[in-house]
Design a protein around this ligand. Sequence first.
Ligand code: FE2
Length: 265
Amino acid sequence: MAELLEREGSGYVDSAYGKNVYAPVDRELSVPVAAGAGSVPKDLNGIFVQATPNPAYVPGPGHSWFDGDGMVQSVEIIDGKAHYRNRWVQTKGLMEDREAGRATYVGSLAKMKAGKRHKNTANTDLVWHAGRLLALWWEGGEPYELLLPTLDTVGTYDYGATLDIGMTSHCKVDPKTGELFFIAWGTRAPYLTVGVASDDGRITRKVPIDLPGPRIQHDLGLSDQSIAVFDFPLGIDVEREGSALGFKMVEQPSRIGLVSRDPSD
Ligand SMILES: [Fe+2]
């Protein structure tokens, strides 16, 4: 993998995203970790897992740090001992790249028609829900289920064939009810949908939100009574010829909407 990343003439290793703290990790490890100082408390047990973008191959044109393949890293602590692991999420897009031996997608900053785009990299965040660890992508799509503690990828998880709109990163789980609240967005109406999943692994509710056009969405809010959704002026230029994710500022004030958590309201 290392020689692919350093492929002569790619320019990637000298690019802003190819060096220093942004340089990709080129191998998967499973190694014990020694405490830097002192010792790990014997009664501290568990696993910390984080998602990161980490290109497996020299990226295609228009690459940004949003576009790296999802890599999860963990530190597991058991009985005073710490263990580090990292694994790429085995997404469908990464499998296509592996098959080809190179990056087959273009990045989010590539010009339109520059090539295959919108790889669900599952690189943005992780959520524990319905007894599963799920890796999510900021644009949405199918979550990927990962095993603990190995971080092996099971595959996509569709909530027992009830999730048909995808799921954007930064979902919220209500610790009291075990429900997961999420959004899905896109360039066609409805431009935004709020979804609810039960802790036994079913989508129980989908609420289309009446937005005047497509908006780039990244989060939602949650209280005991309401789900907060956003209509901010960061639009999407669906006719775009250029690059830069097709951002388009929309001439409108920012709006925040509240959806009642009680479906009968
Ligand atoms: Fe984010």
